[in-house]
Design a protein around this ligand. Sequence first.
Ligand SMILES: *Cc1c(COP(=O)(O)O)cnc(C)c1O
Length: 464
Amino acid sequence: MSTPPLASGPQGPSALRPLLHTVLTALDTGARARGGPLPAGGPDAVAARIRETVGEILPGQGDPHALHTLVHAFAETAADPAHPLCAAHLHCPPLALATAADLAACALNPSLDSWDQAPGASELEALVTAALAEEVYPHSATAGSLITTGGTEANQLALLLARETYGGTVRLMCGTNAHHSLARAAWLLGLPEPLVLPAPAGRLDPAALDEALTRTPGPLLVAATAGTTDAGLIDPLPQIADRCTAHGARLHIDAAYGGGLLLSDRHRPRLTGLDTADTVTLDLHKLGWQPVAAGLLAVRNSQDLTALRHRADYLNAADDTEAGLPDLLGRSLRTTRRPDVLKLAVTLKTLGRGGLGALVDQVCAHARQFARLVHEHPGFELHSPPAISTVLFRPTDATDDTVAAVRRALLTDGHAVLGRARLDGRLWLKATLLNPATGPDDLAALLHLVAARQATLAEGNTPR
Ligand SMILES: *Cc1c(COP(=O)(O)O)cnc(C)c1O
């Protein structure tokens, strides 16, 4: 067998073109074979389909049709976030533009651990991280940001930087509404057990925070949330910031979801107070329509990043750095690092703030429309008016078991992907609307499907 063609180099584009044709065809036929937002039949049926398609994954002799076969099966068995009835998680449909840009990143494969592997990519990263830091901390001379694999890594870095600026330890204080990755990061970093405060209405209560700050010895890191994962609620940021200042606590704001509102002139004011935080998590694979991964940690004072400085002679020798080769190793805890910055740069530049802000406005408007449909439907209860693009609702008078069973039945049917959230002691169905192309008919169809499925479950009385 001759050497398989490479993605870059003089032959790269001509080798990729027919392969891309195969991929695009298989994406199309696979999606058609699926029909709905996810494959029908549940986990056993999907596993069987994959196993049957793949056969032996590492055969003695290769299979030249594997690209088509596997991409077709991959698409056929996917939960497609671009389907209007796929609305469970903060799982966005990526823009075609960003995906196309990511292909270039894959083809050239620059690695952002040293300048000699990523000469232009490292400068592009410097531009994009500066621009996004400026969005979070307008007119700041000291702010900066780092690209991460997502909110989880950004939250971990936020705790690490807090620990290091306090000289080795810090205690995390957050609400029950905070993302689970924060407590996990505290565990990973060997920090004391976090102090978790009740968040009765789904938001951190500044008075309760003040009381806890008064009785707890420091050093403390308060983590607030701008856009909770379950309900999309935004903590009262200015009041929280005031309490942190009064008690000398450091503040992190996890804006993995809500940070996208910065791009919208209409919704940006709801993040007032964001720039008071020492660190801010953003996640553009949520309200930013990027393929995974596209996370960011913004820091108010870039000085904090010196904690990440690290020397490896083959990547950033002191004499190379002195001679002017940029030192990239301190911009992440990873070594080899893919250029997630390219798709971000292309998206920001192509759409501009206006284009991205319009997408944010659209999904927020969809949530308000869906909430209105729920509110007007006698068979459903609405949890609360949506704060961002999440709507929590449940069939009136249903038990929690029925709510859970309706969700699973829709998954097994392959008809709709909805999430679940426990709030105020009850289980709710969760629609996270991140698809700007969803139409009013789609929203009505989604509610209709839920009502119909609940009716058949009630008839058969067989919650699964
Ligand atoms: C999604 C989310 C995270 C985690 O982000 P990943 O990109 O999944 O690692 C953290 N915090 C909040 C509030 C989130 O919604």
